[in-house]
Ligand binder design. Structure first.
Ligand SMILES: NC(=O)c1ccc[n+]([C@@H]2O[C@H](COP(=O)([O-])OP(=O)(O)OC[C@H]3O[C@@H](n4cnc5c(N)ncnc54)[C@H](O)[C@@H]3O)[C@@H](O)[C@H]2O)c1
Length: 278
């Protein structure tokens, strides 16, 4: 293999993936395994972890996959995972902050009037921010501090095209439903995804001389069983005229967590079929 391709290898590197059992988390784990690393799937959902592990073991025989059923908003549980991993492997090399309370707005068909901005409940605001931002802060603090001790590591924050632009609420609206009770993409989604880019720039500069690189990826929507009506409305906003396929971010992720991107820090990489150009 030539030197350039070798840089994509993350052989035996330990990579913590939050929300690791979800749709994207699973694909991040595939990217880590393809690069020869050890994915550590952290997720709150036991059943999803079980299924993700079976799927990964089938695809990547004889490779190690670690899983932990924990809540990333609990610093004690994160500390315990860090201690266990350091004891077992001696190092934690990569963190992918991917977990989120992910409202699949396009699947919601009932009255979501209560989440309209004017009466958006403080409780939902707090819950979403707790997972999407506080969880990322805690993981960065706990696993990033271990990287600081090691004088090296990579952190990848999973933002969104909606970390760059505002949601176009028209694509979530359904015909025949009164305006006052139309579904909207919640404000927390925008705030969290923009916030993760802020966290990225902060830690990238804070740790730049300590050998820790921090970057953000902004993926756009993955096609995953949404209605034809929704797909049509969304793809009209995308120059490439399609949504992403499930495994389409894997190579960008591997690039961003490996030495292939060794001079990249504080960057926001947009992979969105061109949506944010329009
Ligand atoms: N799917 C997309 O089209 C898309 C597009 C752009 C950005 N993103 C972003 O990618 C990330 C992953 O999205 P996804 O589609 O895979 O979502 P998903 O809902 O499939 O996965 C999220 C995972 O996070 C876990 N989780 C939630 N709260 C947790 C907690 N407190 N502790 C530990 N785990 C917790 C869930 O159990 C779930 O498995 C999210 O940040 C999302 O905003 C997704």
């Amino acid at each position: 293999m030539n030197n350039t391709l070798e840089k994509f290898l993350i052989t035996d590197k330990v990579c913590v993936i939050t929300g690791g059992a979800g749709l994207m988390g699973y694909n991040h784990a595939c990217a880590v395994l393809a690069g020869g690393g050890v994915p550590v799937l952290i997720d709150i959902d036991k059943e999803k972890i079980r299924k993700a592990k079976i799927g990964l073991e089938k695809k990547f025989e004889n490779q190690t996959i670690e899983t932990y059923q924990i809540d990333i908003t609990c610093d004690k549980q994160l500390e315990d995972v860090k201690v266990e991993l350091v004891k077992k492997y001696g190092h934690i090399d990569i963190l992918i902050n991917n977990a989120a309370n992910n409202p699949k707005m396009e699947e919601i068909t009932f009255n979501m009037g209560s989440v309209k901005f004017g009466n958006f409940p403080l409780s939902i605001w707090n819950e979403d921010i707790l997972v999407g931002l506080t969880g990322a802060f805690l993981c960065t603090k706990i696993f990033g501090s271990q990287m600081e001790v090691q004088r090296g590591g990579v952190i990848l924050n999973v933002s969104s095209d909606l970390g760059i632009i505002a949601p176009d609420q028209r694509i979530y609206q359904k015909e025949g439903i009164e305006e006052s009770i139309q579904t909207i993409k919640p404000v927390t989604y925008s705030v969290i995804k923009h916030g993760l880019i802020g966290l990225t720039k902060y830690t990238a500069t804070y740790w730049a001389e300590k050998g820790i690189r921090c970057n953000a990826i902004c993926p756009a929507g993955i096609e995953n069983g949404q209605s034809e009506e929704f797909i049509n409305k969304l793809t009209n906003l995308i120059p490439m005229k399609r949504m992403a396929v499930k495994d389409e971010y894997q190579s960008t992720v591997l690039y961003m967590i490996s030495d292939a991107s060794s001079y990249m820090t504080g960057a926001t990489v947009i992979v969105d079929g061109g949506r944010t150009c329009w």
